[in-house]
Design a protein. Structure first.
Length: 546
C-alpha cells in the first residue's frame, strides 16, 4: 500500500469521525491509548498544546548518534537489512544496525589514503559513498575521496579526486575487502573548495559523478593542460560492463558521446559548488528522472540555487528550479525529496538546508505548471524544541535517507575535521505515530556474497555483471590457469605465472635441464639437427670439390 493511498484513507476516516469528538485520529486521540506503546509525545503536554505546536511545518529532530568525526553522508545499501552507513570525512565508513546500534569495527577504513583538511572551508577528505543497485548480489560499492600520492606529486595541482570501486568481503558482510580496489577515474584539482565529489545511481543503473568547478579560472585550465575537463560537470557512466580492460563504458545516449570537443562522460555541466544531489525515488508517469542539486549561483557568491539536472544542460545559462536568498554567507546543503511513510505533510517535499543550520522545505504545487513560474514554494522547517526534547545545533554537514525513505540530518558543532562533535538526527513528524504498522518492513539479515564469480574467481576481479577478469599471468574461465612464457618443457606444469613445476629429473626455469647427466629429449634433438646440418654441409662441400 502506498503512502498516498494509506493517508487518503486515514484522512477520509478522520474527517468523518474527528468531527464527532471520537478522538480516534493521531495526534488527537486520547493519550491513555498510547501508554506502553511507541509514541513521539514527550513529557506530559496536553493534547491541545501538542496539536497547536505542531501545526504547519514544525518537526522533531530525534538524536540518533553522537561522537562522529565530520560526517558528510549517510546512505543505505538497499539489501533489506535496513543498515545505515555513515561516511566520515576523515576516511571512515561506520555502520548503524537497523535498531540504530553502532558497529565497533568500521565498514571501510581509508584514513591512510585520504587527504583531508583541518581548516574551515577545506572540503578535502572522504567525499561520498554509493552502493550498486544490485549490491545484494554483486557486493559492489563506489567511493570518492581526495588524495595526493607520489606519482601525482609533480604539477600545479593541490590534490586529486579519485573514484574507486570496492567489493564487500566474502567472509563478512559488514566489512569491505580492500584488496578488491579498482580505480574508475582520477581528476586533478587546484583548490580545496568547490570540490563536489558526490556519487549516486539513478534508477536506470547508471552512476552519476557530480564535480564542482574547483574555483578554477581560465588561466588555471591552461596551466592544468587539459586535466580539468571534468570540473563543474555531472558525469554519467555505466559500470555494468564485461570489458575487463575498462572499469566503465560510456552510455550511447550521453549528450557528448560522439563529440570531439567535450569528454563523452559529461551528462551536464556549468555547476559551481554542488552541495549534494538526490534522485527522486518516485518515477513520474512518463518515466522521467528527477535529480535535484543545491549549488552556488556563481564562483564568488554566497547566493544559492536549486537545479534539476537534465541531460545536456549548461547551468551557466540555464535557469534554476529555485533561487535561494543568501543566508549570511552559508552555502546551501542539498537533501532529499521525502518519500517516506511516516509523514504525510512532508511527502513529495524537498528537504534541504544551509551550513549555518537553517533547514528548509521546497514543496511543488500539484496544480502548478512549468509556465506558472511559481511551481515551487519554500518554507522554513521548524524544529520544535519544547516538545521534541532535542534541538539541532551547529553546522549542517549533510542529509541522508534510509531504506524506508525517512530523512536524516548530519550536523557538527565544530569545523575541525578531527573533532568528535558530529551528530546524526532523524527527522520525525510529531503528528505521526513513531512506527505505524503500515510503514514497517521486515528486516532481512545481510547475506554473504555467494555469486559464482566471487566463489571461483581467485586470480582476478569480478565485474558488477559477474564476469571474472583475469590478473596478468592468468587465463581460463575463472582465471585458474597460469601462463608461463616461454612454456614449461619436458612435461613441466605451469603453477604460477612464469613459474614451472618440473617432473622428477628436470630443473631450470622452464624445466630444460636434466639432472641425470644425460641429454634430455630436446638436447638430443638439437644434437641430431646439428649432425644433419654438418652432414649436409660436407656433402655439399664434396660435390663442390668434385
Amino acid at each position: 500500500m502506498t503512502a498516498e493511498l494509506f493517508q487518503a484513507d486515514v484522512d477520509e476516516f478522520c474527517q468523518y469521525y474527528g468531527r464527532r469528538g471520537a478522538g480516534l485520529c493521531f495526534p488527537d486521540y486520547q493519550r491513555r491509548q498510547l501508554l506502553g506503546q511507541d509514541s513521539n509525545y514527550l513529557e506530559d503536554e496536553k493534547i491541545e498544546d501538542i496539536s497547536r505546536k505542531h501545526k504547519h511545518n514544525c518537526y522533531c529532530a530525534q538524536d540518533v548518534l553522537s561522537g562522529l568525526r565530520q560526517p558528510v553522508a549517510v546512505v543505505h545499501c538497499g539489501d533489506g537489512s535496513q543498515r545505515l552507513f555513515v561516511v566520515e570525512r576523515e576516511g571512515f565508513v561506520r555502520i548503524l544496525s537497523h535498531n540504530l546500534e553502532l558497529f565497533k569495527e568500521p565498514f571501510l577504513d581509508l584514513h591512510k589514503l585520504v587527504q583531508s583538511g583541518l581548516k574551515s572551508g577545506d572540503e578535502r577528505g572522504l567525499l561520498s559513498l554509493a552502493f550498486h543497485p544490485n549490491y545484494k548480489k554483486n557486493g559492489k560499492l563506489y567511493i570518492s575521496y581526495t588524495t595526493n600520492q607520489e606519482r601525482w606529486a609533480i604539477g600545479p595541482h593541490d590534490h586529486i579526486l579519485r573514484v574507486v570501486e570496492y567489493t564487500v568481503s566474502r567472509k563478512n558482510p559488514n566489512q569491505v575487502d580492500t584488496r578488491t580496489v579498482r580505480v574508475l577515474m582520477e581528476v586533478a584539482e587546484l583548490h580545496r573548495k568547490h570540490l563536489g565529489g558526490q556519487l549516486l545511481f539513478s534508477p536506470d543503473g547508471l552512476l552519476h559523478i557530480i564535480l564542482g568547478d574547483g574555483m578554477i579560472t581560465l588561466d588555471d585550465m591552461e596551466e592544468m593542460d587539459g586535466l580539468s575537463d571534468f570540473t563543474g560537470s555531472v558525469l554519467r557512466v555505466d559500470v555494468d560492463t564485461d570489458i575487463c580492460t575498462s572499469p566503465y563504458t560510456i552510455p550511447r545516449n550521453n549528450p557528448y558521446f560522439n563529440s570531439t570537443n567535450q569528454p563523452p562522460e559529461i551528462f551536464a555541466h556549468g555547476l559551481h559548488d554542488p552541495g549534494r544531489c538526490a534522485v527522486d525515488r518516485l518515477q513520474t508517469d512518463n518515466g522521467s528522472l528527477v535529480i535535484l542539486c543545491t549549488d552556488a549561483s556563481g564562483k564568488n557568491t554566497s547566493a544559492g540555487r536549486i537545479l534539476e539536472v537534465t541531460k545536456g544542460k549548461d547551468y551557466e545559462n540555464e535557469p534554476s528550479v529555485y533561487d535561494l536568498q543568501s543566508s549570511g554567507g552559508a552555502p546551501p546543503v542539498g537533501g532529499f525529496i521525502y518519500r517516506g511513510c511516516q509523514s504525510r505533510r512532508l511527502y513529495g517535499s524537498y528537504v534541504f538546508g544551509d551550513r549555518n543550520g537553517n533547514l528548509r522545505i521546497l514543496h511543488k504545487s500539484p496544480f502548478a505548471t512549468s509556465s506558472d513560474g511559481e511551481q515551487w514554494q519554500e518554507k522554513a522547517l521548524c524544529l520544535g524544541s519544547a516538545s521534541c526534547g532535542s534541538t539541532l545545533v551547529g553546522h549542517v554537514l549533510g542529509f541522508g535517507e534510509d531504506e524506508l525513505g525517512e530523512v536524516y540530518i548530519l550536523a557538527s558543532s565544530k569545523s575541525m575535521a578531527q573533532s568528535h562533535s558530529g551528530k546524526l538526527y532523524k527527522l520525525v513528524d510529531p503528528k505521526r505515530p513513531h512506527a505505524p504498522k503500515e510503514c514497517q518492513r521486515q528486516v532481512e539479515p545481510p547475506e554473504l556474497l555467494m555469486t559464482a564469480c566471487s566463489r571461483n574467481c581467485k586470480n582476478g576481479h569480478c565485474t558488477p555483471t559477474g564476469k571474472c577478469c583475469c590478473s596478468p599471468g592468468w587465463e581460463g574461465p575463472f582465471c585458474r590457469i597460469a601462463k608461463c612464457e616461454p612454456a614449461c618443457r619436458n612435461g613441466g606444469v605451469c603453477i604460477e605465472p612464469n613459474k614451472c613445476l618440473c617432473k622428477s629429473g628436470y630443473s631450470g626455469s622452464q624445466c630444460e635441464k636434466s639432472e641425470h647427466g644425460m641429454p634430455n629429449d630436446q638436447e638430443k634433438d638439437g644434437i641430431l639437427d646439428h649432425i644433419i646440418d654438418m652432414t649436409s654441409y660436407l656433402l655439399d662441400l664434396t660435390s663442390f670439390i668434385v
